[in-house]
Design a binder for this molecule. Structure first.
Ligand SMILES: [Zn+2]
Length: 356
């Protein structure tokens, strides 16, 4: 069954982690043997071949680069211009992968349908379709950079990421959008871009949804009612997203799946993190909606973690293909399983990528 994954940091892995995703996963892991600069070295789960094996025929691929002012709690670039330059390196890598035939950029509904017609179950050797998204908007030096980015195919923006941002306050930060953030979402609306509500802190979430009237999704977000952390959405926020027609992608980072995860101590095995626990979040959103039309997958499986911090039954991203079976075991109908695996995000993208 075709799987749509609404959140992968493919270019960050290529450019900052120095991973060649066109190699086999074993080769990528072997190349990192002995490296200790990042916790997921040698434990990556994503390559193009594994995506194809998992029938991931369409994904959302990010550009991502944070601006970190002097006292910023997270690492980042020291100027917005440097952050912009990093996103342009990432864009150059996406283009190179298009030239290799690994990826195909999807910019509008027509291209989406043409791609899907050739993919069917997603397992072919054809290019993997990707919609370009920006995770954290700090790299947009001015609003004219957003217009430039739209011209090269950027179709979704999450204004915030971790910590305080130029346009919005993200996870573990506080505060609203401010003047610049409100201008940003207005310009996104004018261009017909998708607002990604993921990572917005509660105040920024409130302000973003009040000032933006276009298509909203949450590409990789889980439920605060299950794991109590500001990175997750409350039931009220989820209800509001549902009312706005959003699709919410389930995120595979272990600490967001089960409560009590302790970095460096917990393991997927000893904390009981499995696909079935992840589906508790999916199930809660379906119960809040009263249907299965607002859930999807936004695995984030290459988002700075690997096998050490994802469900124990995920050896590589190919194991996303286990999800239909897991959903069936919980009593989901075939129709609902197809919606969650791909149908909801495809319906959303068909509407959002219509020409204005
Ligand atoms: Zn993220």
């Amino acid at each position: 069954m075709l799987i749509v994954d609404a959140h992968l940091d493919l270019a960050m892995n290529a450019i900052e982690w120095n991973r060649d995703l066109s190699q086999d996963i074993d080769a990528i892991r072997a190349r990192e043997h002995g490296q200790t600069d990042r916790p997921d070295r040698g434990k990556g789960t994503v390559s193009f071949a594994e995506m194809r094996r998992g029938h991931v025929g369409l994904c959302v691929g990010t550009q991502i680069a944070r601006y970190a002012a002097r006292e910023h709690p997270y690492p980042g670039w020291h100027s917005q211009e440097q952050a912009w330059a990093m996103t342009q390196a990432q864009l150059a890598w996406y283009r190179a992968m298009e030239e290799r035939g690994e990826l195909l950029q999807i910019r509008d509904a027509h291209q989406l349908d043409a791609h899907l017609a050739g993919v069917r179950d997603g397992a072919s050797s054809a290019p993997i379709g990707y919609v370009l998204s920006l995770e954290g908007a700090d790299s947009l030096v001015t609003l004219s950079h957003l217009e430039r980015a739209y011209a090269y195919g950027l179709r979704a923006v999450g204004p915030g990421h971790y910590g305080p941002g130029v346009y919005a306050q993200g996870t573990n930060a506080e505060g609203g959008l401010g003047v610049r953030g409100r201008e940003l979402v207005r310009e996104m609306e004018r261009l017909g871009m998708i607002l990604d509500a993921t990572h917005l802190c509660d105040e920024s979430f409130r302000e973003a949804l009040d000032h933006f009237h276009g298509h909203v999704w949450a590409s990789h977000s889980n439920c605060r009612a299950i794991v109590d952390h500001n990175r997750q959405f409350t039931d009220d926020q989820i209800r509001e997203l549902i009312d706005r027609g959003a699709v919410i992608g389930a995120a595979f980072d272990a600490w967001m799946i089960v409560p009590g995860w302790v970095r460096g101590q917990s393991t997927p095995e000893n904390a009981g993190v499995t696909l079935d626990r992840l589906l508790d979040h999916v199930d809660r959103i379906c119960q809040l909606a009263g249907n299965a039309r607002h859930c999807g997958i936004g695995s984030d499986l290459d988002g700075g973690f690997g096998r050490e911090q994802c469900p124990s039954d995920i050896a590589t991203i190919a194991d996303l293909s286990k999800l239909p079976e897991c959903l069936a075991a919980r009593g989901y109908s075939q129709e609902d399983i197809e919606l969650i695996a791909h149908g909801n995000f495809i319906r959303f993208l068909r509407q959002a990528l219509r020409p204005l």
